[in-house]
Design a protein. Structure first.
Length: 355
């Protein structure tokens, strides 16, 4: 298969790129794409009928295997370790399942809003996810980007304009941002904590979304046809509350450009993290509910569940509850919780409260 490829080598000079040498001696520099594991990998479209390869370029329309069954998306897992693409394909099939294939287990642990968000991204509708900290927004968007064949770009709350636009240094070199890369080359740009970003940034984003072009310091650029944007916040844009004190009010011009999707903690994901322990999931959810009802500033995110699972059995359960769940609450705050239950987690909490 694809016999005109001779050697694939990772570039040490250009991070994120590799060089393909074909049998005619020509060398092609190509972008590599990140796998969900964090490793970089080349992605090649192979025509199964003619054995002609096409290394995936950044400005191509997102590839969907369902749209053309004569093509196959091939990931080269460890670029540079294999002399030919045939060896890489064999290694991929032996060593790791292909990310494009949805296993039953992967499907089960997806967030309930996964398909809704994915549909909006596919339709090029900007999305604003509203949900508590640690609810898995970042991970879900990485999954969606992978499925749609889009590179994933991430930026947290922006407090300086140049963090979005980039800047030209004293030597005349333009420094790119994640937004610039996504806007010009195509990809899913995720702006987390939009409700904590300065208002000037949101005005710039509004213009970019509406006009499909942007005036960067190095000149005006039209948006790549594969540019997608998703923002997220812990509030609905109404400003600070008791839980999230540093949030700003978002103007209606900003909110009007986004499909707003509430993104809460997923019980499916919690059960997955808890390895099926319903008692642990219910315990954390009870704490979360009471904290909300009583105005206690606490998160009780997925991380609580993960920490408990990792520590349980290695140290005493009371100590696990103290350091992984309550996390430094004073005595009065601890005793505010009044959970009804007889599981080992409820009993351990009551012992911590009584100590």
């Amino acid at each position: 298969m694809v016999e005109n490829i001779k050697v694939i080598e990772e570039s040490w000079k250009f991070a994120g790129y590799c060089f393909i040498t074909t049998v005619d001696g020509k060398i092609h520099k190509r972008k590599m794409y990140p796998r969900k594991t964090g490793k970089l990998a080349g992605r090649i479209l192979v025509n199964l009928n003619t054995d002609v390869y096409s290394f995936r370029k950044e400005d191509q329309t997102p590839y969907s295997e369902e749209s053309n069954h004569s093509y196959k998306l091939v990931d080269i897992q460890y670029v540079g370790n294999y002399k030919t693409i045939e060896e890489a394909i064999i290694a991929q099939e032996i060593e790791t399942p292909k990310p494009e294939v949805k296993t039953e287990n992967e499907t089960d642990v997806r967030h309930e809003k996964f398909e809704t968000i994915k549909s909006c991204v596919e339709a090029n509708i900007p999305v604003f996810l509203v949900g508590p900290a640690g609810s898995g927004k970042n991970f879900t968007l990485e999954q969606i980007a992978w499925e749609l064949g889009l590179e994933f770009f991430f930026t947290n709350s922006i407090q300086q304009e140049y963090k979005l636009t980039g800047f030209i240094d004293a030597g005349g070199t333009f420094h790119e941002t994640e937004f610039y890369k996504a806007f010009t080359k195509g990809g899913l740009f995720f702006l987390d904590e939009m409700d904590a970003s300065i208002p000037e940034i949101l005005v710039l984003l509004n213009a970019a979304i509406a006009n499909k072009y942007f005036e960067f310091p190095n000149g005006r650029v039209n948006a790549n046809e594969n540019f997608r944007i998703v923002a997220a916040g812990n509030t609905m844009g109404n400003g600070a509350d008791e839980q999230y004190t540093g949030r700003l009010v978002l103007d209606q011009a900003t909110l009007d450009r986004f499909a707003i999707i509430e993104f809460d903690y997923s019980r499916k994901i919690e059960l997955h993290l808890a390895k099926g322990d319903n008692n642990l999931v219910n315990f954390i959810r009870d704490l979360r509910k009471q904290a909300s009802e009583k105005g206690i500033r606490a998160t009780f995110s997925y991380r609580c569940i993960s920490m408990v699972v990792k520590l349980e059995g290695k140290i005493g359960l009371e100590e696990v509850i103290r350091i992984a769940v309550l996390k430094g609450f004073d005595k009065d705050t601890m005793n505010t919780f009044n959970l009804i239950g007889s599981t080992k987690y409820h009993i351990a909490l009551r012992k911590v409260q009584a100590a």
